[in-house]
Design a protein around this ligand. Structure first.
Ligand code: NAD
Length: 442
């Protein structure tokens, strides 16, 4: 099986490397010359646990190639995955420029039957658009199939998720394409991963429905946590008991500063946009988007009230605030839509001096915050002379900090634990003025 993957980002690189790991010959294509050069020199442009090992192993074994030459990749391979970005446009709809450009380039270089697989998250009917773009160029000269095969991997656990998927969705219009896709994923099939075979439009909808539902679930527990703070309940116990109900499940019931990342924010917006195009308002998702924006700002309110400050111009002048964790979640360097961005920008607006540390995302953070914040070497240098420690991302190494040492290093002892990784009572007993999300009054 010979495969090309166009777009060598978080999804494309993981897909390419994992398929090569299963013994297939994979060519990863990207327009970013620097990225391809890095990969050809044995460097990985993103942080994803375990990815470096399989990329290197398969590259050395000759099963994984990196190139900017899309034409050759199309000519030499039967199956071409499209894994380019689909970022949000101003109006919230998905920008399909990259997908359409790739479809055009594939069509121009076809030399026989090809299966064009959309792995990018795309609005319903994109598969048909891709089909039309290709058909308009190749006419009846070559047969081809377009398949929707959405990706459900989570950054930070992407390799494992790709290797052991809960389900493999194949949206296709021909038995031949389904058979080829099943063949590609046969290594998973031995592990009994269930296939869901459907039409293209249903496969496209499955991806948006899944991401929107997870975003709703996070938002729901955030709203419950906010209410717990008001009424004096403990959201951890609430979530635990809720999760014991088989109909609910305990996953995605962890309150925090709001969801971020490259998927949930843009995919919820895109789903609402798709609905509107059909004259429908998907109210529950619209409400989640609004509540999630509110959640990030609520974290700033928490920090302000911890410091006994009113939200007014210059309110944080003279205050040093430490941010631990910048990426949108642990085990990734991805800063896209991270709650840390909104929180830090708001704190800067009120005049705070920010000292920040993240185990992996510092380089990406520099591209966002520039010289406006101070980047620290580690957790302990970050809290030196600080008035407030804010934990934004729950990296494992932040879970067991030496809090006595932290206390000694800080100027004043304010702790905003936005991921609830510490016990409120223990922190208060240690002398911290403590706040968290949904356990503030316990
Ligand atoms: P990314 O931005 O990390 O990578 C996209 C890559 O495509 C970039 O390297 C870019 O240079 C390349 N590219 C753009 N135009 C190209 C072209 N014409 N030819 C070759 N390469 C080109 O994006 P990502 O996070 O990997 O996401 C890709 C898609 O997968 C998106 O639709 C996203 O919604 C979806 N998705 C992402 C995740 C995730 O966790 N990141 C999970 C599931 C699905």
């Amino acid at each position: 099986m010979r495969i090309a993957v166009v777009g060598t980002g978080y999804v494309g690189l993981v897909t390419g490397a994992c398929l090569a790991e299963f013994g297939m010959f994979v060519t990863c294509v990207d327009i970013d010359k620097e990225k391809i050069e890095m990969l050809n020199n044995g460097k990985i442009p993103i942080y994803e646990p375990g990815l470096d090992v399989i990329v290197e192993k398969n590259r050395k074994a000759g099963r994984l190639k990196f190139t900017t030459d899309l034409a050759e990749a199309v000519r030499n391979n039967l199956v071409i995955f499209i894994a380019v970005g689909t970022p949000p446009k101003e109006d919230g709809s998905a920008d399909l420029t990259y997908v359409e450009n790739v479809a055009r380039d594939i069509a121009k270089n076809m030399n026989g039957y090809k299966v064009v697989v959309n792995k990018s998250t795309v609005p319903v009917w994109t598969g048909q658009r891709v089909k039309k773009i290709i058909k308009d160029i190749v006419g009846d000269k070559f047969r081809f199939d377009v398949v929707s095969n959405p990706e459900f991997l989570r950054e930070g656990a992407a390799v494992n998720d790709f290797m052991r998927p809960d389900r493999i969705v194949i949206g296709a219009e021909s038995d031949e394409a389904v058979a080829i896709m099943k063949d590609i994923y046969s290594a998973h099939y031995l592990g009994e991963a269930p296939f869901v075979v459907t039409n293209i439009e249903t496969a496209e909808m499955i991806k948006y429905a899944s991401n929107a539902f997870l975003a709703l679930k996070i938002t729901f527990i955030n709203e419950i946590a906010n209410l717990c703070d008001l009424v004096g309940a403990d959201v951890h116990k609430v979530a635990k008991a809720m999760g014991m109900d088989g109909r609910i499940s305990p996953k995605f019931l962890h309150p925090g500063p709001g969801y971020g990342g490259s998927c949930f924010p843009k995919d919820t917006l895109a789903l609402c946009h798709i609905a509107k195009e059909y004259g429908y308002n998907i109210n529950v998702v619209e409400a989640a988007i609004e509540a999630n924006e509110k959640q990030k700002l609520l974290m700033v309110d928490k920090i302000m009230s911890l410091l006994n400050r009113k939200k007014e111009k210059g309110a944080l002048e003279g205050f040093v605030i430490t941010i631990l964790g910048l990426s949108f979640k642990p085990n990734t360097d991805d800063m896209r839509e991270s709650p840390s961005i909104v929180i830090i920008k708001e704190l800067l607006k009120y005049g705070a001096k920010i000292k920040a540390y993240d185990p992996i995302a510092m380089e990406n953070a520099k591209k966002i915050f520039g010289e406006n914040i101070e980047y620290c070497q580690d957790e302990y240098s970050a809290v030196e002379n600080s008035d407030c420690l804010v934990i934004v991302t729950e990296w494992n190494q932040f879970r067991k900090l030496d809090m006595e040492r932290i206390k000694k290093l800080m100027k004043s002892h304010n702790l905003a634990d936005l991921r609830n990784i510490y016990e409120p009572k223990k922190m208060r007993d240690l002398g911290f003025n403590y706040t968290c999300v949904g356990r503030t009054k316990i």
